[in-house]
Design a protein around this ligand. Structure first.
Ligand code: S3P
Length: 428
């Protein structure tokens, strides 16, 4: 894909596709509930479509009409044995959360993924799920495929999470629906809480107190619901940074999820001197939604570490690009998790952006980014990682000349219309 320098400001209103994390969870909870779940503004990206395929293979009736997905729930144990390997594609959320659900079934399942997912660690979920009594095996005790065998019963758990991870927390909570014993998770830092909120919305008994999540008492059966999936703030992040670094830009991104566990990108950009405001705040199915207004502004470098890291974990690549245009240096620490995402994002960001003229030093747990760089178009590689592809495309809009991005089609994972959306900007 060739991206040319854009010499006009970005001005207008735009809408980003539905939230990836919420889309996955809505299908999962819909499938294990009683009755029908209707999901509006579902993300039609490859990851979420892979989740739908897995549940269809488990015998769940799911229909898709434009961006409305209807799931006929089968209850906690109403699945059919798929008698074949389930395929999670590129999606860590699919494989990790589904393993929690599959641990409670009375048939054996194997779930696998693509080349990238097959290199991502699964011991983070198999460890706590084994403590709960699940019988799970992975390749080399670490990687997919994951084999999940039936057990007579699952137990409760009190789990001190070694690292903040919503995928791990969610896998435990899903498995926890298959026992009446207490599930108590203590997080080192708060990660996204969509599972807790959505389980509550579907009728589960879950309490969140600070960093602790508690599911107590007898499990009620979950009841199908209507869900509106807000726009994905992780997709919005690319347009937020584009408008912040392209002179005279002024955009409003409509109907975006602004759950506080996800809004680190707004906090970081404003700490860097950005001009971002949230308008029209409201709550829909237990999730906050708002319109994000962004105006161009000169940014300055900052130090980023500590508890904000889980709130920006998917946005660090695009923050690194913003930092390359900021005055002064930006230091990112405590983000070693980036090495086990869809690609090694510390390596991908530093190597690929440096090819365009950025000055980013990779460190063991983050990066050090020199600001006020002038980027110049070159050939770069997304490494098959959707967030690296989109970050490089925004870099290409600001860089001089033309930027050629290899393996750009990875954007289909979370935002198939990434480029077209720039052309859809309408009057403010
Ligand atoms: C996600 C959690 C995060 C995030 C991923 C989606 C989720 O992963 O990076 O893109 O939907 O729960 P970790 O749980 O590994 O931090």
């Amino acid at each position: 894909m060739n991206i040319n320098n854009i010499n006009t400001p970005l001005v207008g209103k735009i809408r980003v596709p539905g939230d990836k994390s919420i889309s996955h969870r809505s299908v999962m909870l819909g499938a294990i509930s009683e009755g029908e779940t209707i999901i509006e503004n579902f993300l039609m990206g490859e990851d979420c479509l892979d989740t739908i395929k897995c549940f269809r293979n488990l015998g769940v009736n799911i229909s898709i009409d434009k961006e409305v997905v209807t799931v006929q729930g089968v209850g906690l144990k109403g699945f059919k044995n798929p008698n074949k390997t389930l395929y999670a594609g590129n999606s860590g959320t699919t494989i990790r959360l589904m393993t929690g659900i599959l641990a409670g079934q009375n048939f054996k399942t194997i779930i696998s993924g693509d080349e990238s997912l097959s290199k991502r660690p699964m011991d983070r979920i198999t460890n706590p799920l084994s403590i709960m009594g699940a019988d799970i095996n992975c390749k080399d005790d670490l990687y997919p495929p994951i084999e999940i065998k039936p057990v007579s019963r699952l137990k409760g758990i009190k789990y001190l999470q070694p690292k903040a991870s919503a995928q791990v927390k969610s896998a435990i909570l899903f498995a926890g629906l298959y026992t009446d014993e207490d599930i108590h998770i203590i997080q080192p830092e708060i990660s996204r809480d969509h599972t807790e909120r959505m389980m509550k919305y579907f009728g589960a008994n879950i309490n969140i107190t600070g960093k602790e999540v508690l599911m107590k008492g007898k499990r009620n059966s979950l009841k199908g619901k209507k869900i509106f999936v807000p726009g994905d703030i992780s997709s919005a992040a690319f347009y937020i940074v584009a408008a912040s670094i392209i002179k005279d830009s002024h955009i409003v991104i409509k109907d975006v999820g602004i759950n506080p566990t996800r809004t680190g990108i707004i906090d970081i950009m404003n700490m860097m001197g950005g001009n971002i405001n949230i308008l029209n705040k409201r709550v829909m199915n237990e999730e906050e939604v708002g319109d994000i207004e962004v105006k161009y502004s000169q940014l300055k470098g900052i130090t980023i570490d500590g508890e904000i890291i889980p709130r920006i974990i998917d946005e660090i690549p695009i923050i690194a690009l913003a930092s390359s245009y900021a005055k002064g240096e930006t230091v990112i620490r405590g983000a070693e998790e980036l090495k086990v995402k869809e690609s090694n994002r510390i390596d991908a960001v530093s190597v690929e952006l440096n090819k365009l003229g950025a000055s980013i030093k990779a460190t063991d747990d983050g990066m050090i980014i020199k600001g006020e760089r002038t980027l110049i178009g070159n050939e770069v590689d997304s490494r098959g990682d959707h967030r690296i592809a989109m970050m490089l495309a925004v870099a290409g809009l600001k860089a001089k000349g033309t930027t050629n991005i290899k393996r750009f089609d990875s954007v289909n994972v979370s935002n198939p219309n990434f480029i077209q959306l720039f052309n859809s900007l309408k009057d403010i």
